[in-house]
Design a protein around this ligand. Structure first.
Ligand code: ZN
Length: 209
């Protein structure tokens, strides 16, 4: 019969990252123990951290094992959900063809993790578009909107009337903007795609800064 783990003083409900836990690609791991939890273990990402919820009664060895398992599970889920740069480039091609008459032809479209104040950005001179990894896991129509927004900047730099005319063809522009505003309001994230989009100035030549 397996020995019961020795009873030891309960850890504080929130303990700092366990040094033995595998490093999370997204940053630190926070282990929270709950007396109400008996058997279930769960984990989620929050503000760049990974939070792992464990039952209060669990040995340190079990904690290490579960943290490792949950990090692997999250990474697998995210990999399934996350379109690669290649998929993103294909998507950009389809969106350009469908809504911009194929006129926007980026040389590179990629995900970036160092872009936290903007959902997207674009450098027309280089034909490059970057989307924030924070969009990953959001509904497809939202990612499509940001991608189309940046594609449109390859044709019109600022956020003037001519810019918004280009986006009129996309039926879910308003819905996507509303979605992003909602996310921003609860998570203190950017409120606009890549700058002040109520700015009428179209002469600045600033596309995503
Ligand atoms: Zn913009």
């Amino acid at each position: 019969m397996p020995a019961e783990p020795a009873r030891r003083p309960q850890a504080a409900p929130t303990s700092p990252a366990h040094s033995a836990a595998p490093r999370s690609v997204q940053g630190e791991v926070e282990v929270r123990r709950s007396a109400r939890r008996r058997r279930t273990v769960s984990a989620y990402r929050e503000d760049g951290r990974t939070v792992v919820l464990l039952p209060a009664r669990m040995s340190e060895a079990e904690e290490r094992r579960w943290v490792g398992l949950m990090l692997e599970k999250l990474a697998r889920q995210e990999k399934r959900r996350r379109p690669t740069d290649e998929v993103l480039a294909e998507r950009a091609g389809r969106l350009s063809a469908q809504y911009l008459g194929g006129r926007a032809r980026p040389d590179s479209v990629r995900w970036v993790t160092n872009q936290n104040t903007r959902w997207g950005s674009c450098t027309p001179a280089e034909g490059s578009i970057r989307l924030s990894h924070r969009l990953q896991g959001m509904p497809e129509y939202v990612v499509d909107y940001v991608l189309l927004h940046e594609l449109a900047h390859l044709l019109v730099p600022g956020h003037g009337p001519r810019f918004w005319e280009l986006l009129e063809a996309y039926p879910r522009t308003e819905r996507a903007r509303g979605y992003l505003e909602g996310v921003a309001a609860t998570a203190r994230l950017p409120h606009t795609v890549d700058g002040d989009e109520d700015d009428e100035d179209e002469s600045g030549g600033r596309a995503g800064g």
